[in-house]
Write a protein that binds this ligand. Structure first.
Ligand SMILES: [Zn+2]
Length: 345
């Protein structure tokens, strides 16, 4: 996911599209024709001429195709999972074809638009864009790393004079982690990948709030940093544990994420103006771009040609925002160091 002032808050938005979808108990999967298609398919392993080998079990409930490992409970569960997902996918496509003939608009199934799969990838465009965001984050972080460690002056103990470099490094790691899981989640949506994607996004969003507060309030000494960061990190950790092990509550998660996201966007925007930071325009561009990108999540539209929906476009907008965001981090390092050295003279 994304991040830049706004963009970081975007990460959480990644989830929002789905949340909204999941909350409105998708029109597609309550359709009785779709339901009976899935039921029939899971029983018979076929829809029309299509057959699904994952749906074939012998009469004792074991997969009908041999070898010892195929009798393992895990293997059987995996097979059942694949059977269900193949049936759901093909029944959905089948229903959508019928609906198209009747000039009906596409509807969501189990919280998601009918995307055309490419090989095993469920949402190829969002998955590729997540991977692209991951590359952008790596690229941004690497150029920041090279700048503070090799180009800008260092203290005698070989430490950067820029007081926030450590925070930016952690931020970079969490951002890459979040986009990695986003790419996996958009490729294969199962319980586990969904939890990992949401958890990684919340972790990133929470940490970027810490970074935002420490930077905008110029918190530099270790003790004060701990005092600010500890309660926030404890809250974020608790929230992630709650989601994963107690109740995966989309509505609650949305509130938490919007709260943390909006707080940091406002802080950055106001601070950039109040301090007349030399890179304030970059920061504002990120905040504005992030805000506009949010509209894409609100005006959720069905996938164009079966591939590009609003969520995918939103992942596209975070690519340039990420570039701007790391640009701001680098400018800030140069700005801080040059004003420190000026003071020292
Ligand atoms: Zn996403």
């Amino acid at each position: 996911m994304s991040p830049t002032g706004a963009a970081r808050c975007l990460v959480f938005l990644a989830g929002l599209g789905f949340l909204v979808g999941l909350l409105d108990a998708s029109a597609g999967d309550v359709d009785p024709l779709y339901r009976s298609c899935v039921e029939e398919c899971e029983k018979s392993g076929r829809i029309g001429d299509l057959t699904f080998r994952h749906c074939y079990f012998s009469s004792d409930g074991f997969p009908s195709d041999g070898s010892w490992y195929m009798q393992e409970p895990l293997y059987i569960r995996w097979k059942q999972h694949n059977c269900k997902s193949d049936c759901r996918y093909h029944c959905m496509m089948h229903r959508e074809d019928e609906r198209k003939v009747l000039s009906l608009e596409p509807v969501k199934y189990h919280g998601k638009w009918p995307f055309i799969r490419v090989s095993v990838f469920q949402e190829p465009v969002s998955a590729i864009l997540s991977a692209l965001n991951l590359i952008m984050q790596f690229n941004g972080w690497l150029s920041f790393f090279l700048l503070v460690n090799y180009k800008l002056p260092m203290s005698q103990s070989k430490r950067s004079y820029y007081e926030y470099s450590g925070l930016w490094h952690i931020y970079g790691l969490l951002a890459m982690n979040a986009w990695f899981w986003s790419a996996i989640f958009h490729s294969r949506d199962i319980d586990l990948t969904e939890k990992l994607d949401y958890s990684a996004a919340v972790a990133l969003l929470g940490f970027s709030l810490v970074l935002c507060i420490l930077r905008t309030f110029s918190v530099r000494d270790e003790a004060s940093r701990v005092m600010v960061a500890a309660p926030l990190l404890a809250f974020v950790t608790t929230h992630i544990l709650y989601l994963n092990f107690y109740d995966f509550d989309y509505g609650l998660n949305m509130k938490v994420c919007v709260g943390m996201g909006v707080t940091q966007i406002l802080l950055w925007a106001v601070w950039a103006g109040a301090t007349r930071h030399p890179s304030r325009f970059k920061l504002w561009a990120v905040v504005l771009g992030g805000g506009l990108a949010m509209l894409l999540e609100i005006y959720d539209f069905p996938p164009y040609k079966g591939y590009v929906d609003a969520h995918a476009l939103w992942h596209a907008t975070t690519v340039p925002l990420t570039h701007l965001w790391w640009g701001f981090a680098k400018d800030d390092a140069e700005f801080r160091i040059s004003s420190l050295l000026k003071k020292a003279k």
